[in-house]
Design a protein. Structure first.
Length: 289
């Protein structure tokens, strides 16, 4: 919603100010300039990236428009799931724990945390490190180094599309100049036309420069920043898992280990201790929307 509101404000102010100065909107309607700039930008994106990244760019923009970030329910599901797994690690046999991590789709523990189960990458992350804990030979500092490496890899993969969109946006001003030069070439081809016709052609050519700068700084920069915010918040769940499991491996009881994970959540999004306690007693009970 904020993106739509921002676009309306931006376009309204730019066009409103232009019209207030006596400008005519008809001059700005140059669809082929937009085709040149947008087409060249998208073409460069396609040339520079594999198909998987191109598809992820679309997905990232969709997530930005929806502001698809973890809610309190996501954090509570994650913490509640980790509590149940840590509790079982202390009281149940290895085979019983392995049954949960080998088939999370059929595990009552994972089913009670639907937002975690829906995130296959996060589910795999949790299951992999629970297996390592079950084995019992890995030391906490080794697990921490491995987790850091995996989270760095996940961050690189998640942010690749954002970096590609930033690069495309940064190219728009230069592409706008290309469109403007082509427009000037067209105008020079009509140099014998009357001044009013020639002036219209030159004005149309300069629209290319305007569109390139506008698309870069007023559209792509805010969008890519929103993509970065959304993807960074999505990765926060992995840090919650990391800190919780490391605290458990270092000897903390499950309730204290959860607090290590809870404290890594931003203060304005962090569920309260009471919410977490309620989640431990009633997994998936609906506390925190």
């Amino acid at each position: 919603m904020n993106i739509i509101i921002g676009v309306v404000i931006t376009i309204g102010c730019v066009l409103g100010g232009y019209m207030a100065m006596g400008g005519k909107l008809g001059v700005l309607v140059q669809p082929f300039e937009l085709v040149i700039i947008g087409g060249a930008g998208i073409g460069g994106l396609v040339m520079a990236n594999p198909t998987k990244i191109i598809k992820d760019c679309g997905k990232a923009l969709k997530e930005a428009f929806k502001f698809d970030v973890p809610t309190a329910r996501h954090y509570l599901d994650t913490l509640g799931l980790l509590y149940q797994l840590m509790r079982d690690l202390r009281t149940k046999s290895r085979n019983e724990i392995e049954a949960h991590v080998d088939n999370p789709e059929e595990s009552e523990i994972f089913i009670s945390a639907p937002t975690v189960l829906a995130n296959k990458e996060l589910t795999s992350f949790i299951c992999d490190y629970i297996r390592l804990i079950i084995i019992g030979n890995a030391r906490p500092h080794e697990i921490e180094a491995l987790m850091d490496e995996e989270i760095n890899t996940l961050t690189h993969d998640k942010m690749h599309s954002q970096h590609s969109l930033v690069t495309m946006g940064d190219a728009f001003p230069a592409i706008g100049i290309v469109a403007a030069v082509l427009g000037i070439i067209k105008a020079m081809g009509a140099i014998n036309e009357p001044p009013d016709v020639l002036g219209g052609l030159i004005a149309a050519a300069l629209v290319g420069t305007f569109l390139g700068i506008f698309l870069s700084y007023c559209v792509m920069q805010p969008l890519t920043h929103q993509v970065e915010i959304v993807r960074t918040k999505q990765l926060r769940l992995y840090t919650v898992v990391k800190q919780t499991l490391l605290a458990y491996m270092n000897g903390s009881v499950p309730q204290v280990a959860l607090e290590h994970g809870r404290k890594t959540i931003s203060s304005y999004e962090r569920p309260t201790i009471d919410d977490v306690e309620q989640e431990m007693m009633n997994p998936g009970g609906g506390g925190g929307e």
